[in-house]
Design a protein around this ligand. Structure first.
Ligand code: PLP
Length: 359
């Protein structure tokens, strides 16, 4: 007799999780696969640890020190700032809070691969909109009826930024739904939609400390929006877990915000490495969308991306390869230090030379 399925199995929420990039144990790996910053956080961040409250106490549930530091830095009231455990937490909360329509959520077909995971987790209907053949977002695609809109700017993994004027057009056409702009990479070259917040109550702008502030390990992200949106996010957060932000993150995050000079210096360094690296990659026969972020999304005229990915990995250089429709012949390469990029280029030169002479 066939064994009967356990009924409780039907009650388990079935999800296909997001797969984060590899975090190798071996510290000698040149890690260009998860868009981390190659430079350490501001020295002020380390110093702030000494001023921390006792760890036996619960942290401030409102994370006021961090919220206020961000609000002051951005020149907005603290009622317009929400913080979370990385922007992934802020975005997940936002999906739960704002996308409760029967109409589909809209986002690009090639984009941050967590969006469809959250949509599935929260049972949010969604529809993807194909980027054009140059990987640009077509703003008109987002003028149809929807239950919400989300896209990164600059987009990931393409690195392409949408001009602020086009983002404004998208929000202008969507006064009935909430529009989220995920600005994880905006500090490296995009124009922030923060300047549109005064005009639109239904716009949420999400940023992170993980990339431009070198603090991926602390997990700090935040959203800026109208007081109505921020209140809604806080209501959901307090219905879920009062203490999402731990004490070290609150203290060290606020310290990072206060060291503007260091932030500018390291971001400028990465941008300058990126621009030099673009030229070198073109010379080697690679093409790519013109990145405004801290990574390059490249394809080679002759050599398959997957083969380069595997060969680089053997040499201890990790980049990101996505085995997905439309982008399975591309590599996403994080901009590291000049030295790391030089090592990668030396590997590529040799590899491509051998590849050509063997074929
Ligand atoms: C890295 C990234 C995030 C998440 O960053 P956190 O580390 O969770 O702050 C969100 N969106 C995009 C597009 C990203 O690339």
């Amino acid at each position: 007799m066939k064994k009967k399925e356990k009924v409780w199995k039907n009650n388990i929420r079935k999800v296909v999780p997001y797969v984060p990039g590899e975090q190798p144990k071996d510290a000698s790996v040149i890690k260009l696969n998860t868009n981390e910053n190659p430079y350490p956080p501001s020295p002020a961040v380390q110093k702030a640890l000494e001023e921390m409250r006792e760890l036996r106490l619960y942290p401030d549930p409102a994370a006021s020190a961090l919220v206020e530091a961000i609000a002051e830095y951005k020149g907005i009231p603290k009622e317009q700032v929400f913080v979370g455990v990385g922007s992934d937490d802020v975005l997940a909360m936002s999906f739960l809070t704002f996308f409760n329509s029967d109409k589909p959520l809209l986002f690009p077909d090639v984009t941050y691969s967590f969006y469809d995971v959250w949509a599935d987790l929260f049972r949010i209907p969604y529809k993807t909109k194909a980027l054009d053949e140059t990987f640009c977002i077509k703003k008109e695609d987002y003028y149809e009826e929807n239950g919400g809109i989300i896209f990164p700017n600059p987009n990931a993994p393409t690195g392409l930024a949408l001009p602020l004027s086009e983002i404004r057009e998208i929000v202008l056409h969507n006064q009935e739904s909430i529009v989220i702009v995920d600005e994880a990479y905006v500090d490296f070259g995009g124009e922030s939609a923060q300047s549109l917040l005064g005009e639109f109550e239904n716009l949420l702008v999400v940023q992170t400390f993980s990339k431009s502030r070198s603090m991926a390990g602390l997990r700090i992200g935040y959203a800026m929006g109208s007081p109505a949106l921020i209140k809604a996010l806080n209501d959901v957060k307090y219905s879920f877990n009062s203490y999402t932000m731990n004490e070290p993150s609150i203290v060290m995050g606020a310290a990072s915000i206060k060291d503007e000079a260091y932030f500018r210096k390291t971001v400028a360094r990465i941008v300058s490495t990126r621009e030099w690296f673009k030229g070198e990659m073109r010379t080697l026969g690679f093409s790519f969308p013109d990145s405004a972020s801290n990574f390059l999304f490249v394809t080679h005229e002759k050599v398959p991306a997957k083969e380069i990915f595997e060969a680089a990995r053997k040499e201890g250089i990790y980049v990101r390869y996505f085995n997905k429709k439309r982008i399975d012949n591309y590599l996403r390469i994080t901009i590291g230090t000049d030295e790391e990029m030089r090592t990668f280029l030396t590997f590529l030169e040799k590899y491509l030379q051998n590849y050509h002479s063997n074929s």
